[in-house]
Design a protein around this ligand. Sequence first.
Ligand code: AHR
Length: 654
Amino acid sequence: MVHLNRIILAVTLTLFTVVSLKAQVPKGGKEISTNLFGLFFEDINYAADGGLYAELVQNRSFEYNPTEQSDWNPFSFWEYISPGFSYGRISVETKAPVHANNPHYMVLEVEHVGHEAKFSGISGVGIKNSGFDGIVVRNGEQYNFSMFAQQLSENPMELLVSLEDAKGEVLASKTIKTNSGDWKKYTAVLNAEASCDSAFLVVLARSNGALAMDMISLFPDKTFKNRANGMRADLAQVLADMKPKFVRFPGGCLVHGDGLGNMYRWKNTIGPLEQRIEQRNIWGYHQSAGLGYFEYFQFCEDIGAKPVPIVPAAVSCQNSGGTWRIGGTGQKALPENEMDEYIQEVLDLIEWANGSVTSVWGGKRAAAGHPEPFNLEYVGIGNEDKITPEFEERFNLIYKAVKEKYPEINVIGTVGPFLEGEDFEKGWEIADQLKLEMVDEHYYTQPEWFLGNQQRYDSYKRNATKVYLGEYASWGNKMWNAIAEAAYMTALERNGDVVAMASYAPLLAKQNFTQWTTDMIFFNNTNICLTPNYHVQKMFMSNQGDFYFDNVVEVAQNDTTLAASCVYDSQSGDIILKMVNAGNSAKTMKINLARFKNMIPKAKLTLLKADPEAENALENPESVVPELSDFTVQKKFDYKVPTMSFSLIRIKAN
Ligand code: AHR
C-alpha cells in the first residue's frame, strides 16, 4: 500500500512538473533543437597525439614508419645514449612482440656500463625520447611512467628512468628492476624537482644484459578529471568551458581515410593500449589510437556532451592517393564480400555503446570500466563522400541494417564537401528517399558569404530531413571572421527547427604542426590561444535555448551587417538575446520583451568587440576577449550595438 501511494505521488509530481514547466514557456515561441551547438573533433593539426591526448612520449611503441613521413622510422624521436663510456647496442625487432597488433619493439643490449657521466654522474646504455617537440615538466608535479619489458638475459636489469633537461640535468628519476623473462608492464611515479619546457625522457640500463622494451609511456598525473590514459587538462578544460551539447569524432576526412586500408575502424582503437592498431594519419603523421573510442565516449560524458561518432560509409576519401582537392578519382569501395563483416562492425559499435553488460560488445565496454551504457543517440555514416553508385549502395546497406536493429538511433547522412553542387544534390536526394533523420552539410568559405546568406535555411522544408552543419568556418581567425560567424549563428538559431546541430571546424591546431590554417584553438606544449571564433562559439554554446522568439529584437531589414536572435531556455526560464553588428558604425536595435512576464531586470551583458583585423596569438592570446558586465533591461528598450561587435544579454526569470 505504501508502495502504491509512493507511485501515485511520483506520477502526480511528474505530471505537475511537466504541466508547470510547459506553462512557463511564454506564448509564441518556436521549438528549436536542444542540441544545436557542439564540437567537431578531428585528429588534424596534431589535435590528438601531441595535443588533447596527454601522452608525453612520441612514438612510444616504435611504430612510426616512412609511409607517414619519408624520414620517419621505428626509432624516430628516440636517441641512443651511452653515457660514462658505456657501450652496447640497440635494434628494432618484430620477432616476438608484446602483441601482434603492435609489431615493433626495441631490444637493448648492454655490454659494459662505464662511469663518470657528465652532470648526473650516471652511466649506462639506453634511449632518450624528445616527446612532441619536448616534454613539459613542472616542479612539484607527478609523472606516471610505464613500459612493457621482457628480460632477454638471465639476470634482472636495473633501469634508471629519468626526466632530464637539454644539458642532462635530472629533473626527476626512479629505478626499476626487471624480474621477468616474459613481457611485463612496469610502472614508476616520477616526482619533478625542477621545471623545464622541453625535457627528455631517458631510460638507461645500468646492468649488463639484454632486454626488449615497448609502449614506453609518460603521462602527467594531472590529466583532465584525473583519468588514466587521459586528456591534457588545460586543453580539455577550454573545451568543457564551452558547454557543448555534443562532440563529433573522429573526423573529418580521417574517418574515410586515404585508401581502404586507412579508414578509421573503431574496433582497432579500443581495449588495452598495447593491443590497439596504430596507423598513418591521413593528415601526414601518426595515430597511436591511444585516444580511441572509449576515451572519446568517456570525454563526452565527462563534459556533459552527447557522443556523435562518424563511421566510414565503406568507401575511402575521393581524394585518396594524392588527388586532394583535384576531386573525384580516388574513392575506393570495400568489396561486396566484405560488406557483411563491415556492417556488423557498425552494429557492434552501437552494442558496444548501449548494450547491456551481458552482450558481447557491451561486455567489452564494461570490462574497460564503464558498465553503464553511453546512451548513444546518433551515428554518422560517411564524411563528405563523393556520391557514387558504389557509395550509395554501401550507404543503403549500412543504413538499413542499423535502422532494422536499432530504429531508435538517428542516422546522419552525408552531402559532400561543399555548400552546393553535384554531391550536395545527390546526397540530399538520398536523404529524401530514405527519409533520413539528418544530413551533414559542410562548408568553408568567405566571411562575406556568411553575412550574405543568413536566409539559407529559411526556405528549407520544415518536416523533412534535418541539417547537421557538421563543418563550417569562414576563412580566417580575425574578429571579422568571428563576427560573420556570429551573425550566421543567429540565423542557425532562428532555423533551429531545421538545423538540429552545428559544429565549427577544425577545433584544435598545434603551433608548427598545422595542416589546416583556420582553426578554433591554437596551442603549443605550454600555451593555448583562444581565437575570436572560439569566443563566439563559446558564447553561443553556453547560451543555448530550446524556444526561438521572433520579433523580440527589431533589426533593420536588408542590412546584412546586422543580425539578432532571441532564445528562451525552458530549464532555467532565462531569455537570451544575441545581437551582432558587422558594420562600421554603431546601430540601434529595438527590443521588446513584453511577452516575457517574469523577468528580472538586472541582467548580464557579454560583449565581444574589437577591430575587424584584431586576432589573438599564442604570444598575445588576450587581445580579443569578451567582457562581462551588469545590464539592466526594461520591457522595451533600445540597445546600441557597437560597431564590429557581438552582444549577448542573458536575462533571468523570477
Ligand atoms: O576540417 C578539416 C577537413 O575539412 C575535414 O577533415 C574534412 O571533412 C573537410 O574537408
